[in-house]
Design a protein around this ligand. Structure first.
Ligand code: ZN
Length: 148
């Protein structure tokens, strides 16, 4: 019953002009890795949505992953403050103004989505995304930029 309308929707989507991709999916695994090292945000996007998927099996107490966005300069002090804030705060200092956007801390099989207000990002500035779980942020990090 639904086959025909569904096909029509697919066809009309395919015929639309190409718009900027205003979203990204990042996977994190039990080997303490993100599958994405660099994200470029098109400046025409008003909002940019990031979905973090923990594709591993380990619980968040052993292999928790989150996705936090700061400027490149704020990355290390924010990560250090997060470690001090501890597990009860998902390894994020509460109300940390340096955090531009973040997902919650995830365990295996979970996912979370966060929306970044692109007007708060500057072209030419490098941003760093990372996981704040202790010991992870040295490896689990990448760069986010706005296209110019
Ligand atoms: Zn992690």
């Amino acid at each position: 019953m639904f086959a025909k309308p569904f096909a029509t929707v697919l066809l009309s989507v395919a015929c639309l002009p190409v718009y900027a991709q205003c979203e990204a999916t990042v996977e994190a695994n039990d080997a303490m890795q993100f599958n994405v090292k660099e994200i470029t945000v098109d400046k025409t996007c008003k909002e940019f949505t990031v979905t973090l998927k923990h594709v591993g099996k380990l619980p968040k107490t052993a292999m928790g992953h989150n996705w936090i966005l700061t400027t490149e300069a704020d990355f290390q002090p924010t990560a250090t403050a997060g470690m001090a804030a501890g597990a009860a705060n998902d390894y994020m200092q509460p109300n940390d103004a340096r955090i531009i956007a973040h997902t919650k801390m995830l365990g295996g099989g979970e996912s979370d989505t966060v929306t970044v207000d692109v007007s708060k990002l500057a072209a030419g500035q490098n941003y760093t995304f990372f996981c704040s779980f202790p010991g992870h942020w040295a490896i689990m990090k990448g760069t986010l930029k706005v296209s110019s």
